[in-house]
Design a protein around this ligand. Structure first.
Ligand code: SF4
Ligand code: SF4
Length: 354
């Protein structure tokens, strides 16, 4: 057997080999981003060395989306000298980055961002970063209590959005599988002498999938809920559901698939920049017009928008935008639960609405 070639299923990599590989990538000038314990939170951070990374069970507090779609970024800058106005682009986002340890919900969330920033129209800054990014997934072996990926049709060991995927074989051994040609090339160009994985190693994925699925107790949300939600647009249940919402938009910030942003500029008549920052549809000002009119003037209107955007506004062949990571229900200070909200609206729909 060889450690390379098209037919390799993957590699068996010890914990020490995995960390040595990450250090090689860092030394090769890639920005390697991985979960890091920061006080009581686990967050994605660019590593200075592989010892900082943690690959324990459970997901990070925030998703990795900010490494492709930053919280705030400059779109262009301008300066005025006499009658001349000069416009300049931000520095190109051309550093290679490898995002490691991405759970299947979050990797699928990146695909949802691709659908907005690449498929609908090419967003230059996003596409530059995406082009230079390799995603190394991490198959889930234990869900957090709020997780519901299986309820939205996503496997806890799914590899959508990944270029390579890790799965724990035992406490000290990983399975590393190539998913895309890009991932295969990165591994083959930088690995030293990893053992090829066997069919028995690969079967660990099925074991993880079975175990995690058994532990997720949230009911699956059927495809038909999209039309029921849309048909319930004027139902009074939205007002009741959103009564305690604080309009903080933590739900949108932590969501791996939320892509809304607002644009502003700073500076003066002689120079400044235009930048965009994450926005959230539960903010009271999100749709407020300059005239003062706000088409989503109540919390019910705004929470309805959030739920419908995640679960209803889609073409027949498109998946839900929610990937079931559960972060919004875990971190919402008012305890709003988007999965329970969908079920409540569906159950409140008048008979005959399907
Ligand atoms: S649903 Fe929860 S997290 Fe989202 S804006 Fe309302 S209170 Fe904040
Ligand atoms: S809507 Fe909530 S559960 Fe769904 S992907 Fe976003 S943060 Fe996760």
């Amino acid at each position: 057997m060889t450690t390379s070639g098209k037919n390799v299923l993957g590699w068996q990599v010890s914990e020490a080999e995995l960390r040595a590989w990450l250090d090689t990538l860092i030394e090769g000038n890639a920005s390697v981003v991985a979960p890091v314990q920061v006080q009581h939170q686990r967050l994605y951070r660019a590593l200075t060395n592989s010892a900082e990374a943690t690959f324990e069970s459970g997901k990070t507090e925030w998703s990795p989306k900010e490494f492709l779609f930053p919280r705030s970024e400059v779109l262009f800058s301008f300066s005025k000298r006499g009658n001349r106005i000069q416009l300049s682009d931000p520095p190109a986002a051309n550093q290679n980055q490898v995002i490691v340890g991405v759970r299947s919900c979050d990797a699928t969330g990146l695909k949802r961002l691709d659908a907005v920033f690449l498929d609908q129209q090419q967003d230059l800054l996003y596409s530059q970063r995406r082009e230079n990014t390799t995603v190394v997934g991490l198959a889930c072996d234990a869900p957090d209590p709020e997780c519901f990926c299986t309820a939205v049709g996503i496997s806890p060991v799914g590899s959508e959005g990944c270029d390579l995927q890790l799965a724990a074989i035992d406490e000290n051994t990983w399975l590393l599988c190539p998913i895309t040609e890009r991932g295969r090339r990165l591994a083959e160009d930088t690995c030293t002498a990893w053992m090829p994985a066997t069919q028995a190693d690969v079967e660990v994925l099925g074991q993880h999938e079975h175990r995690v699925a058994e532990e997720i107790h949230r009911q699956p949300l059927a495809d038909t809920c999209s039309s029921i939600l849309e048909d319930s647009f004027d139902h009074p249940v939205w007002k009741r559901l959103a009564e305690t919402c604080l309009g903080c938009s933590i739900c949108a910030s932590v969501c791996p698939s939320c892509s809304c942003f607002d644009m502003n500029h700073e500076g003066d008549a002689w120079g400044g920049s235009q930048y965009r920052s994450w926005d959230g549809c539960t903010f009271g000002l999100f749709t407020k017009h300059a005239s003062g009119h706000n088409p989503r003037s109540t919390k019910g209107h705004r929470f309805r928008q959030r739920v419908l955007h995640k679960f209803a506004f889609r073409k027949p062949d498109e998946p839900f935008r929610c990937v079931g990571c559960g972060r919004c229900l875990d971190l919402c200070p008012a305890g709003l639960d988007i999965h329970a909200a969908v079920r409540r609206v569906v159950e409140s729909a008048p008979e005959g609405v399907t």
